[in-house]
Design a protein around this ligand. Structure first.
Ligand code: BGC
Length: 471
């Protein structure tokens, strides 16, 4: 793509944009994916340190150094400031704050000081921090003394960790997310056999309870003084029926959404699981007590959503076949892509209408009558950029972002209350099972040293102009 194309594309989107003046455009990251410094300042091992050190990562990399943002956050902040990004979503590493993880164990003040300094520097640069408490990295010690997410003490341990974060950071942080993507934590648990009949539902249940408990604590103990907002971050693909004229395919798409986004949304609004999920999972789905339902209901000050791509859906089994009990068999979906859809480097489809469809569904089903706002907390594309020249010209990402962002514009015009949008990701980073081989950043990172260079990509330059145009 030449500079002419970039300017033209830029003008088209900026001319189109009807974003409200207060609309916030930002960028997201997560601790394990960018921080490095894996044993610095008394941090203990997390589950992801263990996974990466067990050669379970596609490209054999680890998060030991990656972007080294733990030490180089001043650089990240300087670039955000230069390009006008005023909203930054990040996560705190639990094993840095509580190396032993559990309630009552010692707080690591070096970890606390690190994040306080980071928040202060962000605020000084005019950047608002949005902070996720748990974005996949659990102190490994919780697996030594217990069973991690399924442990009977998990809700209490998480609430205690949240309490410490509110206490030490709540004067600086006004937007909290308890968990990132509970659905992924429940169904992609790397320690779980894929055919486990109850474990995904148990993990989901624990995360819902831990979320509600941490929100309740914030509201009772801190909100009056700190005046922050709190919720959590849900994720979903969009599912369209493969053949829109077939009832079985329409039902399959709806079932996929029930078993992803509704599973973790409905309890926030009604205090209980969707009836359809109860009908499918039956007695393998745990139950809430009355007190737990009361705590869950209304436990989000906003609806935060991550979205990347779309599937076509049809039933995996048409009828009657006997299969084992598992989440995937409960879901009974076969997914595919329309051959006309372009794919990103993670083989995810580029379907902006899917983004719009999901937003509309979330709005119509959950948010419309609740008075809360929708935040898009992650959206973006991994693109294979071999070198700096390719990163400068990241036209596939630019096209993805423009087309997805235009769907926000459409939804807002139709009255959907979306007020924030964050690109995943600020930086190229450690993409979980794929390691550093997949690049989601709007800033390129040249890995391989303790001081990895940061190079703004073409899409960051475009984003900067878009931000200016609505400011
Ligand atoms: C997660 C990120 C991840 C991104 C791309 C989301 O599921 O929150 O941590 O890197 O998607 O896979």
């Amino acid at each position: 793509m030449g500079p002419g194309y970039l300017v033209l594309a830029l003008l088209l989107v900026v001319a189109q944009a009807k974003f409200p003046a207060k609309f916030s455009f930002g960028a997201s990251t997560a601790a394990y994916q960018i921080e490095g410094a894996w044993l610095q300042d008394n941090k203990s091992m997390s589950n992801w340190d263990n996974i990466a050190h067990s050669s379970m990562i596609g490209d054999n990399t680890t998060g030991d150094v990656v972007c080294n943002s733990y030490n180089l956050y001043h650089k990240d902040i300087a670039i955000m400031k230069e390009y006008g990004i005023k909203h930054y979503r990040m996560s705190i590493s639990w094993p840095r704050i509580l190396p032993f993880g559990f309630a009552g164990s010692a707080v690591n003040m070096k970890g606390v000081e690190h994040y306080r300094d980071l928040f202060r520097e962000l605020l000084k640069a005019g950047i608002t921090p949005y902070v996720t408490l748990f974005h996949s990295d659990l102190p490994s010690y919780l697996f030594i003394i217990g069973t991690g997410l399924t442990d009977p003490d998990f809700v209490n341990d998480f609430t205690n960790y949240a309490d410490i974060c509110y206490k030490y950071f709540g004067d600086l942080v006004k937007y909290w997310f308890t968990f990132n993507e509970p659905w992924c934590a429940a169904v992609f648990d790397p320690t779980e056999p894929q055919e486990e009949p109850t474990r995904p539902y148990l993990i989901g249940h624990q995360l819902l309870l831990a979320h509600a408990s941490a929100v309740d604590l914030y509201r009772r103990k801190y909100k009056t003084e700190q005046k922050g907002m709190i919720g959590w971050v849900l994720n979903s693909e969009m599912f369209f029926p493969k053949d829109p004229s077939k009832k079985a395919d329409i039902d399959a798409a709806d079932r996929a959404l029930t078993m992803q986004i509704d599973w973790f949304s409905e309890p926030l609004f009604t205090g209980d699981y969707p009836q359809k999920l109860k009908d499918i999972v039956k007695d393998r789905l745990p139950k809430f007590t009355g007190a737990q339902r009361d705590m869950l209901k209304g436990s989000a000050d906003f609806y935060a959503l991550n979205h990347y791509f779309t599937f076509l859906t049809e039933p995996e089994r048409v009828s009657g076949e006997k299969v084992g009990e598992s989440f995937w068999n409960d879901r009974n979906i076969k997914t595919s892509f329309d051959p006309a859809w372009k794919l990103t480097d993670t083989y995810w489809s580029i379907v902006p209408e899917g983004f719009y469809g999901l937003i509309k569904r979330v709005h119509d089903k959950w948010v419309k009558d609740s008075g809360i706002e929708i935040y898009i907390t992650e959206n973006g594309a991994a693109i294979n950029e071999m070198n700096i020249t390719a990163a400068n010209n990241d036209k596939v990402r630019l096209d993805y972002l423009q087309r997805y962002i235009s769907m926000l514009d459409k939804a807002i015009t139709e009255g959907v209350r979306i007020t924030k949008y964050f690109i995943w990701s600020l930086l190229d980073n450690f993409e979980w099972g794929s390691g550093v081989s997949k690049r989601f950043g709007i800033i390129r990172v040249e890995y391989g040293t303790d001081n990895p260079q940061r190079i703004p990509k073409g899409s960051l330059k475009w984003y900067s102009e878009l931000i200016k145009s609505v400011a």
